[in-house]
Design a protein around this ligand. Sequence first.
Ligand SMILES: O=C(O)/C=C\C(=O)CC(=O)CC(=O)O
Length: 223
Amino acid sequence: MSTNVVSSHPKPILYSYWRSSCSWRVRIAMNLKEIPYDIKPISLIKSGGEQHCNEYREVNPMEQVPALQIDGHTLIESVAIMHYLEETRPQRPLLPQDVHKRAKVREIIEIICSGIQPLQNLIVLIHVGEEKKKEWAQHWITRGFRAVEKALSTSAGKYCVGDEISMADCCLVPQVFNARRFHVDLRPYPIILRIDRELESNPAFRAAHPSNQPDCPPELPNK
Ligand SMILES: O=C(O)/C=C\C(=O)CC(=O)CC(=O)O
């Protein structure tokens, strides 16, 4: 018997933190695909981090955001979630048809989501320590952005890969925000900057921005 999984479950719930770049990727993908969802904020800093409480560990044993409750399932890991959305909600595709272009999208995703973001994640920076964390984050972001810029020099059109927005763009924009947060000099990356600027005014990206999240503090912290 086949059931319509898309309509027989309540609205998806996204466990999210306003300036978590991984939550932000999924928010963009959900918005681009016009999937309505509710946000359940998980503060990564309040009381040592709500992601570590027993209740949330049941949702995500990695004690990180995001997690997405959708179609009766709980999904974790932002890239796996984006692929699920792509496979269950093919409207507004976030992967190109062409296999070479798909490979390029995945390459850029990997550089950012394996080669940059995990190295400058909150849990790592806590271990690195307050004094060294800025230099540490700058080092890994610079190293990765050099590779992203090189990849974009052959793949980019209007966006990361050609002229259609893809999952690579969902990953790039939040990483540029993190680069600015850690005062990385972005002048050596003109293509990254151009694409980021291009997407700034896109409604799906704008709605997913940290400053438009329900848990964004009224006074933005400056670090
Ligand atoms: O407000 C805070 O300082 C806590 C956490 C974050 O920014 C999120 C991250 O860990 C960075 C990231 O998503 O890459």
